[in-house]
Design a protein around this ligand. Structure first.
Ligand code: ADP
Ligand code: MG
Length: 636
């Protein structure tokens, strides 16, 4: 071929249908053209490196580097590499003949936008994504093969191309995009930098984009002080050897913490991390960090980044890692995750399933190791990891199997127990008549204090279950731990909370009891309450207001939208309480002996209001009346 002759030709026939498809379906994601071109440059660089190490390329390897640049006036973006390069024949083979029979059909099938960008990579259409933003694309290349002629290829996005002798002197390839009118936004430093940061930050070959100012020492002044000057330095946008590609044995805590900052610049330090590294039966590397989990679940999610051979793919890892692990941060890199197909396929994919259970196992093992090696540190971190562990137990059976041995229960004295340890603690004193262990818990210790101290008087232990997921966790414990039931500490009077079938004798006659019930029914005057006279120890409160455990759970469930069926009405149910009158209390005896009906009713109401007060149930006019009455009674 002489310099003058140009060869014209047609890009293989199928492409006629492809350009409109590329343009149409990728509309929302034009920016990925840069990812594709830089990835190709990386591939070309790695190929020459490999050939060299195999002894199939004897030339100088040089400093393998990729250059991204743009020219606002000429409206071009250029991606250059010194990789293997292409001869004219290579270009014809790899660029012109886009061999994908049936691709149109495929694209039609998966044309949701989500999937579209993945099709591009899959069909080796990466290069053609350049036409999403260009009127014309040029290739200038010189192959590594000795004696090759430089080649130049130009195409305007139609199926016609021109190929001629090029001018490139050094091995490698320039891809020059002549940016179209609609895509001028890409001729902007910030924009390009942004795209490179997003997709290319950890690509394995150095990528240079423009220059940056850097201060360097410039000798000393007369007083001996160091002088500084500003020089232009290459702006390398990537870290070619990210931490997850290194051997864990070479790394220190500082390295992991620094990498976390690199990923999430303004975040608090993570609690700990796991370095993933597996090559069979699938290939996966990565680092997962445990952040301090704050209350807002949703904000925490979407922080894991998914890479394929160091190319950023997405931070929506919903289908790749189990739901509860989305609370973790970090990176996963796997060439074995199929990124080219639809979501439903992904969920069914065998590799994805294996990856899922591998990560789950690793996370459980890490937690278990921390628990075993440093119980104290584990307890100290519990407020940050407890939510995560419980979430995992509730949502993943396999995780639950391991976590049941290290999940911690915290009591109202802030002591920590494993489930087994706790069963051991309460086994003598908190077994009911049916041989069930009753775990007592408080959801708001400050508000439930009266009940907690009643329980403690009986040497019962009370757990603190005040977390976001604890209402679900309580049900979970009852289902999974045999012979155990849980009761909120204010679910019943203390004698019935753990029903041991012990009878306290009543000091009142049956007639007195009937009179007492009538009196209180009248004084309370609330049809939602069930009043009963009980024989309780004399040091318990005179009146005790409780809401039965099943009722409260039903209401809780209705509140969180769960339940269904029989729980549907839960939301509209009025609050129903049990009111127990302590037949053995001095105040009750005093009420029965009061001078007249009016005085009796006033005292009954007072005793009832005190019970409400201890449950934080007194407010508004009822509270005002109580205070007035208290003043009157004190003045008497
Ligand atoms: P893929 O990268 O999936 O193979 P592309 O459409 O991105 O598909 O690229 C098609 C082919 O063109 C590549 O496989 C490679 O052979 C060739 N190619 C593209 N860019 C370069 C480059 N910068 N240097 C050398 N070869 C390249
Ligand atoms: Mg490619």
């Amino acid at each position: 071929m002489s310099t003058k002759t140009k060869e014209k030709g047609n890009i293989s026939i199928h492409t006629e249908n492809i350009f409109p498809i590329i343009k149409k379906f990728l509309y929302s994601d034009h920016e990925i053209f840069l990812r594709e071109l830089v990835s190709n440059a990386v591939d070309a660089s790695q190929k020459i490196k490999r050939l060299s190490s195999l002894g199939e390329y004897a030339g100088e390897l040089g400093d393998l580097k990729i250059d991204v640049s743009f020219d606002e006036k000429k409206k071009t973006i250029t991606v250059s590499d010194n990789g293997i390069g292409m001869t004219a024949d290579d270009i014809k083979k790899y660029i012109n003949q886009i061999a994908f029979s049936g691709a149109t059909e495929f694209v039609e099938k998966y044309k949701d936008k989500e999937d579209a960008q993945q099709i591009i990579g899959h069909f080796g259409l990466g290069f053609y994504s350049a036409f999403m933003v260009s009127d014309k694309v040029e290739i200038n290349s010189l192959s590594y093969v000795e004696g090759s002629e430089p080649a130049k290829w130009v195409c305007d996005g139609s199926t016609e191309f021109e190929i001629s002798k090029g001018k490139r002197k050094n091995r490698g390839t320039d891809i020059i995009l002549h940016i179209n009118e609609d895509s001028k936004e890409f001729l902007d430093k910030q924009r390009i930098q942004g795209i490179l940061d997003k997709y290319c930050k950890f690509l394995p070959v150095e990528i240079r984009f423009g220059e940056k100012d850097e201060s360097v020492e410039d000798g000393k002044d007369k007083e001996g002080k160091t002088k500084w000057k500003t020089v232009k330095k290459d702006n390398i946008i990537n870290n070619p050897i990210p931490l997850w590609t290194k051997a864990p044995s070479e790394l220190k805590d500082e390295d992991y913490l620094a990498f976390y900052k690199e990923l999430y610049p303004f975040s608090e330090d993570p609690l700990f991390w796991i370095h993933l590294n597996v090559d069979y039966p699938f290939n996966l590397t990565g680092i997962l960090y445990f952040p301090k989990i704050k209350n807002d679940f949703e904000i925490q999610k979407n922080k894991i980044q998914l890479y394929s051979r160091q190319v950023f793919i997405t931070d929506e890892v919903k289908d790749v890692v189990p739901e509860f692990l989305m609370l973790l941060h970090g990176v996963i890199d796997s060439p074995d995750i199929p990124l080219n197909v639809s979501r439903s396929f992904l969920q069914a994919d065998g590799n994805v399933k294996k990856i899922n259970s591998y990560i789950t196992k690793k996370v459980a093992d890490k937690l278990s190791e921390l628990f075993k090696n440093d119980r104290k540190a584990f307890e100290d971190k519990w407020s940050d990891i407890g939510l995560f562990v419980k979430y995992g137990m509730l949502s993943e059976e396999k995780f639950n199997d391991k976590a049941k041995d290290f999940v911690l229960l915290q009591n109202t004295e802030d002591k920590f127990f494993t489930i087994e340890e706790y069963k051991e603690l309460i086994k003598t004193n908190q077994e009911d008549k049916d041989k069930k262990l009753v775990m007592l818990y408080a959801t708001e210790p400050a508000k439930q204090d009266t009940f907690i101290s009643s329980a403690k008087n009986r040497a019962y232990d009370v757990l603190k279950l005040d977390g976001q997921l604890d209402s679900h966790f309580i049900n979970h414990l009852e289902q999974k731990v045999e012979g155990v039931s849980l009761k909120r500490v204010d679910a019943d009077t203390v004698d019935k909370l753990i029903d041991k079938d012990e009878k306290v004798e009543s000091v009142l006659s049956e007639d007195e009891k009937t009179a007492l019930k009538e009196l209180f029914d009248k004084a309370i005057n609330d049809k939602n309450n069930t009043v009963s006279v009980e024989s309780l120890p004399s040091d318990e409160m005179p009146v005790i207001v409780t809401m039965p455990e099943f009722m409260r759970r039903m209401k809780d469930m209705a509140k969180t939208g769960g339940g269904g069926g029989m729980f549907m009405m839960g939301g509209d149910m009025p609050d129903q309480y049990n009111v127990a009158i302590n037949a053995n209390h001095n105040l009750i005896a005093k009420i029965l002996k009061a001078d007249n009906d009016e005085a009796k009713e006033q005292l009954a109401r007072q005793a009832y209001d005190l019970a409400l007060l201890s449950q934080n149930l007194l407010s508004g006019a009822k509270l005002t009346n109580f205070i007035k009455r208290s003043v009157e009674l004190s003045a008497e």
